[in-house]
Design a protein around this ligand. Structure first.
Ligand code: SAM
Ligand code: ZN
Length: 267
């Protein structure tokens, strides 16, 4: 997929260890093989997105296979679309894009994430997809240049996804359902409040072609895995000292995932 300069919008060309546009804006290719296309004005903080600790926890948890049913469902839903160019917006450490690489070897894959730590970890492990540090809200890609955009437990930038998708292209949104990880939540919070979640958001310019809910149980056999799961979720930002102490005293946990797959088609 051709990359677009985040400063002036011109095409970026590969030059030895950098990508540069005709106007001379240049972006180094890191040793691990990723490119940082996040401009200073696109950053809300010095190190936006997931921290190294979160990325390492996600890598350990996902590579243990606990979320394999999510990767399998993703591949099953993506394959019939026969996408040639796939973008994972908020790709984290690259686990799901690697599953798609194996399922769809002909497809061109690009992963982007605002977290440099996540992209560094992804590119260090997986050589084939191209990984970029960039924001999903302003992707360094041209109009109508991707057939499928994914967002797994990450941002939905509907207008931007619409711009980058080809006519008739698809956006696959993967969300946590209301009953996702109730086991973890019941340890963290003294009381569980019922929070209504929108499972099938209306997205301007898209129609919902298909929706599936995946549910499965899994057992974390070590305290380390229990803590890794916490670091994968937004609960890590909300947990109290008492909640963390309870979690650290949990040597083993059986929990249930509830994950919603919404497949949107660009109108
Ligand atoms: C909950 S994680 C999910 C990661 C991955 N999709 C997965 O399921 O393993 C959300 C990811 O979105 C990234 N993120 C947050 N804001 C973003 C933005 N504006 N653009 C791109 N990525 C973003 C975070 O750095 C983080 O890696
Ligand atoms: Zn430029």
């Amino acid at each position: 997929m051709e990359l677009r300069c985040p400063v002036c919008g011109a095409p970026l060309r590969r030059r030895e260890n950098a990508f540069a546009c005709a106007a001379g804006h240049s972006f180094d290719l890191a040793r691990q093989g990723y490119v940082n296309l996040l401009t200073v004005s696109q950053k809300h903080s010095k190190s936006p997105g997931d921290t190294k600790e979160q990325v390492n926890a996600r890598r350990a948890f996902l590579s243990a296979g606990y979320y394999r049913p999510i990767a399998e469902t993703l591949c099953r839903l993506a394959a019939p679309l026969e996408p040639r160019r796939i973008v994972d917006a908020g790709c984290g450490e690259g686990y799901y894009l690697d599953a798609l690489r194996q399922a769809l070897p002909q497809a061109e894959l690009l992963g982007l994430d605002i977290s440099k730590e996540a992209v560094r970890c992804a590119a260090g492990q997986y050589k084939v997809p191209t990984f970029l540090t960039a924001t999903a809200a302003a992707m360094p890609l041209f109009d109508q240049s991707a057939d499928l955009i994914l967002s797994l437990f990450a941002l939905t930038a509907a207008a931007e996804f619409h711009r980058v998708l080809t006519p008739g292209g698809h956006f696959l949104q993967v969300l946590a359902g209301e009953a996702h990880l109730l086991g973890l939540k019941s340890i963290i919070y003294p009381q569980l409040f019922h929070k209504e979640k929108i499972s099938h958001p209306v997205l301007p310019g898209f129609s919902l072609a298909k929706s599936e809910t995946l549910e499965f149980s899994f057992t974390l056999e070590t305290q380390r895995d229990v803590e890794n799961l916490l670091y994968m979720t937004p609960h890590v930002y909300r947990i109290s000292r008492e909640g963390l102490a309870r979690l650290r005293a949990t040597p083993r946990l059986t929990d249930r995932a509830q994950v919603i797959f919404n497949l949107y088609r660009k109108e």
